[in-house]
Design a protein around this ligand. Structure first.
Ligand SMILES: Nc1nc2c(ncn2[C@@H]2O[C@H](COP(=O)(O)OP(=O)(O)OP(=O)(O)O)[C@@H](O)[C@H]2O)c(=O)[nH]1
Ligand SMILES: [Zn+2]
Length: 358
């Protein structure tokens, strides 16, 4: 079986990065899914399972984002005993990164190398503006083209009105209203899954992501079934991140339903301000650079609030997310310092003379 990687976005620029590491037993591949300790990859040979090379695992111990994630282009190595390992990850062009849940402060990559990142939100129950704003910030921070897909439009009397309302909190972002029941609006999403292009979906559980994947991939979902058979598991697709090739070229990357989405550290601030371009632009016009928009003279934000050009809800949402990033950044710094101390301690222990017991 041969698979044309160009349909999944392999191009000259990736090939140029791959060339120096290419050897007789090496080949490129794209990760469709990661399970504990291994991943499923599409290579020129089709779908196959691969474990992680020791060097990769060592790098991941220092920083978990070094591990492959769905959407990554990787260097595969074939071993004489028919095993395949992932030797390295090609630099990611775009990535959706969130702060992992729990008390640790590690970053988690949900999806890599997306051309477009869609925030998926249903019309029913009523769309949650705060959730859309938060996910749009992640989408902007990813470097991919952000969009909003409003699902289950067959359940709304006036989906266009809801789309327009969401348009107001999504500056410079197209909003697509679709229904997988009637098929309405699906054709307008086709360009995002054209050959070589990857569309990523983020949204809460039940938002309609899987239904969308099935609708875009066609009734058979050839690729998905094939890959699922390869790794011998019967689990439902959305319990893990999965890149699904679209027959005819292109791919959709379905992420698991997100409950809490932490925005992460410093480098998401640009994404946040892009998602809140309207507010950030106003704030930049305030007379004082450190204006807190609490009654200072020459406050452009206060002026916009007064004339109804900006809502309190939107301002507070932006400020809350900024505070969240600041807190997360501090937590991350503390963790990094602790990691650093632990590394030095290990080094010192390793350098102790052999045979000498303390
Ligand atoms: N009426 C209607 N229902 C839909 C539509 N799309 C999805 N649904 C229903 O919404 C429910 C959730 O859809 P899924 O596609 O499983 O949602 P998901 O986002 O993949 O959820 P997770 O797998 O938990 O992440 C299912 O019962 C679907 O049948 C739609 O366009 N119209
Ligand atoms: Zn101000």
């Amino acid at each position: 079986m041969t698979f044309d990687l160009a349909s999944l976005g392999w191009d000259d620029a990736y090939a140029a990065v791959f060339a120096p590491v290419n050897r007789a037993d090496a080949r490129p591949g794209r990760v469709t899914r990661v399970d504990r300790g291994a991943c499923t990859v599409i290579s020129p040979n089709g779908a196959e399972r691969a474990t992680f090379a020791g060097t990769l695992l060592a790098a991941a111990r220092r920083d978990p984002v070094a591990l492959p994630c769905a959407g990554d282009w990787v260097v595969l190595r074939a071993w004489p005993d028919r095993r395949t390992t992932v030797e390295g990850v090609l630099p990611r062009r775009t990535a959706i990164v969130r702060s992992a849940a729990g008390t640790t402060s590690h970053q988690q990559i949900l999806a890599a190398n997306l051309d477009a990142a869609a925030v998926v939100e249903p019309v029913d129950p009523e769309p949650d503006l705060g959730r859309i704003e938060r996910m749009l910030s992640l989408a902007w921070a990813s470097g991919a083209q952000p969009l909003v897909i409003l699902t289950k439009c067959d359940l709304a009397a006036d989906p266009a009105a809801i789309a327009a309302q969401i348009g107001e909190i999504a500056p410079r972002t197209p909003v697509y209203a679709v229904s997988t029941v009637t098929g309405d609006g699906l054709e307008r999403l086709r360009p995002f899954v054209a050959p070589g292009r990857t569309l990523g979906l983020i949204g809460r559980s039940g938002a309609g992501k899987s239904s969308l994947v099935n609708a875009l991939a066609g009734a058979t979902v050839m690729g998905t079934q094939e890959i699922r058979r390869m790794d011998g598991r019967g689990r439902h697709t959305t319990t893990y991140r999965a890149l699904i090739p679209i027959p005819g070229g292109g791919a959709v990357l379905d992420t698991p339903g997100l409950r809490g989405v932490g925005l992460g550290v410093d480098d998401t601030i640009d994404g946040l301000d892009a998602a809140f371009d309207d507010v950030a632009t106003l704030a930049a016009r305030c007379q004082f650079g450190d204006c807190r928009h609490l009654g200072e003279p020459g406050c452009a934000v206060a002026d916009a609030l007064a004339v109804g050009e900006l809502t309190n809800r939107r301002l507070e949402s932006w400020q809350r997310l900024h505070r969240e990033i600041a807190v997360e950044t501090r937590r991350n710094d503390v963790r990094r310092m602790a990691d650093e101390r632990a590394r030095w301690k290990r080094k010192a222990q390793a350098q102790r003379p052999r045979g000498v017991r303390p």
